[in-house]
Each structure stands twice: as structure tokens, then as C-alpha cells.
Design a protein around this ligand. Structure first.
Ligand code: SF4
Length: 325
């Protein structure tokens, strides 16, 4: 089985991206939406698979602006100045083709406020031009509909350290799934995946962690492919949900429990203090995580259950994602 340990992984992970975020001048006005976070930081770890849906369906640069319009209760993508232009179906079709061609992508980063790429709600207009609620961009909506488990985020929101850590963790975890579980009929692969993500799940939702544990415990009750789909949907929904200091502290204490018979009273007190300091906001998550990694590496062999927990090493250290949360 290929390791999910980012320390030993040199392969960049394929991730979809709205092309204007890479600095390509593909916007309707000939501009771009360059995201330095994507091109400078994440590009060292992600192998971006770009698409500009509007250019891909044949719209030129520059082009007539388009917007979301409510037509008889349905959101359509129409020309802002020329309502006879309707590219809704073409954008949906492009999303389908993109996904068929790029099934290896482990996430997608979208541009915000776009009638095509907006992942979070974008303004919808009435036929007469008045604002009328909000909806997702047509391309983004189709991507999410086809693959609700795919980690997705908007570039602007990735500037928030917590959202960035959550997204990058989800990408690494889904990549692990694609590499080790998605294409196998071996039940053991799913059991091992679940085992190494136990504390990751716990840090997001105790209920999610319990539900998924029950699914894996009853492997014999369902067809494996059916169970895998059910598991993946709930798993990704769980790890895409926001975590909290309280959930992290609970998880850190559970990991600490593994060490109680192996470390000295003084070391135990140090660990306890680091978790409490994190809880009070004096130090970031990297402090207790580093200490736990240190002691688990000293006291357990590389193949030990606790050493393989993705919670302790969810993404490359160099990204510094535990420093800001
Ligand atoms: S937001 Fe999407 S459709 Fe618009 S320019 Fe960027 S990649 Fe193209």
C-alpha cells in the first residue's frame, strides 16, 4: 500500500482550478484573478489541472459579460446585455467532460463571484434586471452535483488559516482514498483507511466518527461498492466540516492516552501543559502536535497504529498549516 505520509511523498497531488487564478488572462474583460497563495504556496504540492469553463465552451476573450438569471424558477446563465445568449447547458456539459477526463483530481479551487465558477452563492437577477436571490455558478454547481465528496473551496476563502488547513487536509485524505481504496475490491483497504483516519475524524465530529465506525464494523451487511460510496460520502462530509479547539483538545488527549504508560510523569505534565496552552490560545496547534509526534516516534515502531494516524501528519510540515490555527 502506498504511504499517505506527506513526509515520504514526493508526488504532487492533481487538483482542479479555475484558470484565471493561475494568472491567465481569460476573464471576460481580458483580465485575471491571480491567486498568489495558489501559484506560490500550493503549487509546490498540488499539480493544478486548470480550466476556464467559459473559454472552453467557445466564448472568446474579451467577451460579453454573463450573469445568473431566474427564468421560471430555474437559474440560467445568460448574457448580461444580450439575453438571447444562454450558456447554462454548455457549462454543465463542460463540467461533466472535465470530470470524466480528470477523475484523478483530489480537489477543486474555484474563483468566487463568478456566474460559472462561484462555489458560494452568486447574485441571481430577475429577467427585468432586478436582483433576485443567489445561487452557485453553473460550472461549480455541476461539479459539486457530480462529485459531492470532492474537496472544494474558493481561492479567497483559502486565505483563512482554518479553512485552508481544512481544505488541504481534505485534499490529502481524498487523494489517499483514490490511491488506496477507490479502485480495489479488498475490504481490508477500507478498514485500514478508516483506522489511519480515526483521530482525524474525531477532530471533526464525534458523531461522524461513530457513524463511520459502525459502517466499517458491518462490512458484511452490504455490497462492498455500495458501502464504499456510502462511506465516502459521509467520510468527506465529516472531514470537510469545520473543527474547533474543543474537538482538537479532545483528540489530542486521546492520542496522549496511548503514551501514558511509556512516558515519564514529567513528560506527561509537559504534554498536558501544551494541550492546555493550545486550548487557551497561548500557542498554535503545531505545539502539542509536534510533542505528540516526537513521543510517538520515540516509543512506537513506524508501523504502529498510532504512528500511522493521519491526524498527526495530515499534510507537509513545510506548508506550516498547523502554525496558524
Ligand atoms: S471565473 Fe471561471 S469562467 Fe471566469 S475567467 Fe475565471 S476560470 Fe474563466
Amino acid at each position: 500500500m502506498k504511504s499517505n505520509n506527506p513526509e515520504t511523498s514526493i508526488t504532487k497531488i492533481p487538483v482542479g482550478i479555475s484558470e484565471c487564478l493561475l494568472g491567465s488572462a481569460v476573464r471576460y474583460n481580458g483580465g485575471h484573478k491571480h491567486s498568489k497563495l495558489c501559484t506560490k504556496e500550493l503549487s509546490g504540492y498540488f499539480d493544478f489541472v486548470p480550466t476556464c469553463p467559459e473559454v472552453s465552451i467557445g466564448l472568446g476573450v474579451p467577451r460579453e459579460p454573463i450573469r445568473l438569471v431566474n427564468i421560471d424558477g430555474e437559474t440560467r446563465v445568460r448574457g448580461s446585455d444580450d439575453p438571447s445568449i444562454d450558456v447554462t447547458d454548455a457549462l454543465k456539459e463542460h463540467a461533466h467532460e472535465y470530470q470524466q477526463k480528470n477523475q484523478q483530481i483530489a480537489g477543486f479551487i474555484f474563483t468566487q463571484n463568478s456566474p460559472s465558477c462561484g462555489l458560494n452563492p452568486v447574485k441571481v437577477y430577475h429577467k427585468n434586471g432586478n436582483p433576485l436571490g443567489k445561487d452557485q455558478g453553473a460550472f461549480a454547481k455541476a461539479i459539486v452535483k457530480h462529485a459531492p465528496y470532492l474537496p472544494t473551496e474558493e481561492a479567497g476563502r483559502l486565505n483563512d488559516p482554518l479553512l485552508r488547513e481544512t481544505f488541504v487536509t481534505a485534499v490529502y485524505t481524498y487523494h489517499d482514498w483514490l490511491e488506496n481504496v477507490a479502485n480495489t475490491d479488498k475490504k481490508r483497504a477500507l478498514v485500514e483507511f478508516h483506522a489511519r483516519n480515526k483521530y482525524r475524524l474525531m477532530s471533526h465530529s464525534i458523531q461522524g466518527y461513530k457513524n463511520l465506525g459502525n459502517l466499517v464494523a458491518n462490512l458484511k451487511d452490504k455490497r462492498f461498492e455500495e458501502l464504499k460510496s456510502e462511506y465516502l460520502l459521509e467520510f468527506m462530509a465529516t472531514i470537510k466540516s469545520p473543527t474547533s479547539k474543543g474537538l482538537h483538545c479532545n483528540t489530542l488527549e486521546h492520542v496522549q492516552g496511548y503514551l501514558k504508560k511509556r512516558i515519564t510523569a514529567r513528560e506527561k505534565a509537559q504534554l498536558h501543559d501544551s494541550i492546555e496552552h493550545y486550548r487557551k490560545g497561548y500557542v498554535p496547534l503545531v505545539v502539542p502536535i509536534t510533542l505528540l509526534n516526537h513521543y510517538t516516534k520515540i516509543h512506537f515502531s513506524p508501523n504502529a497504529y498510532i504512528r500511522n494516524q493521519t491526524y498527526l501528519q495530515p499534510h507537509p510540515l513545510e506548508l506550516g498549516l498547523h502554525n496558524g490555527i
